[in-house]
Design a protein around this ligand. Sequence first.
Ligand SMILES: Cc1ncc(COP(=O)(O)O)c(C=O)c1O
Length: 380
Amino acid sequence: MWTKGSYCGKKNNKGIHKKMKTFDLTEQYKIFKKDINKKILDILSSGSYILGDNVKSFEQNVRKYLNTRYALSCNSGTDALVMSLRALNIGSNDQVITTPFTYFATSEAISLVGAKPIFADINPHTFNINPKKIEKLITKRTKAILSVNLFGQACELDKISRIAKKYNLPHIEDCAQSFGATYKTKQTGSYGDLGCFSFFPTKNLGCFGDGGLITVKSRKIYETLLKLRTHGGTKRNQHDMIGYNSRLDEIQAAILDVKLKHINKLIKKRIDVAQSYYKLIKNKNIRLPYKDSNGKHTFNQFTIRVENRNKLEKHLRKHKIPYGIYYPKPIYKYKAYINSRYSDLPMVEKVSNQCLSLPIYPELELRNIKIISNVLNDYE
Ligand SMILES: Cc1ncc(COP(=O)(O)O)c(C=O)c1O
């Protein structure tokens, strides 16, 4: 459990960091090990492994935490997106406006239901979709707006929801990276008609496998989602539509329920790591992440920008500092979309050449943050 020393890591005999990683998932397991192991053993002996009491409990608790009307767990963030689009009846010949700067799954989900992703350029400071670019892309074929709260920071959700309302379009929030982030007074996932979360292990709230969740405002859509989650029906031998097998299992739900109790602390630790970076990195060649004062950034990623990323990568590799490139190109540049003839959007083109994400996770020690910051300060 949480003890004062929970975040002390290992030092080798020279006092230098050992195996620094972009994420270290083992440290968090150590903190919750006792509770998680007990839950897992109880589930193993219970014989109830799928959609049981642990799933019910987690769904209720997460619904309260996110302050939404309905919450439905599923197998992954990707499934959450696909099922949300299906529940809105979006399919072939339809268009969905989204961001080109995100993990592939966002636009993949749109393509999987047969619709076409239409990309609106981003705000280079927040990395999020620029609401000013949305309206002019709306056509008769537009059936939804799918925004992404990237790197743990909310989009300008009120503006996007307002545009969606004006054109009578549903607004889906991809919250895979933003569990616990807020915008103005509300949690991400509670602005849109639907919110899609991922519990992939590196997320703000992560399980030990795949997991996802959908927050929903409308009872009708919730009921459709309940069916979509289990082969198109909620009763044995009921198949009202073509659905999916997308259930969260009991073990993952129990793990998530244990961690959910401590989520504010886990997020606070991420913010503390980010604050240390803000304090320690002093290099005019490095642009630190912009924080929108309207929201709480949860720093699922700490993404900096530099003019010459190749040079910085070389410098980091030389000093054995791990990093990630999220994301190296706009979605429309991936091979999967090569035949779709999208035109380049200036901001995402620029940002995807400049961005680089530093190690960040709640248990990252100050000692390592200092090492990383010093290496960055030496970069010319
Ligand atoms: C923005 C975004 N959307 C969707 C997903 C898909 O989530 P999952 O991996 O749980 O399917 C991810 C996962 O990384 C993501 O970052």
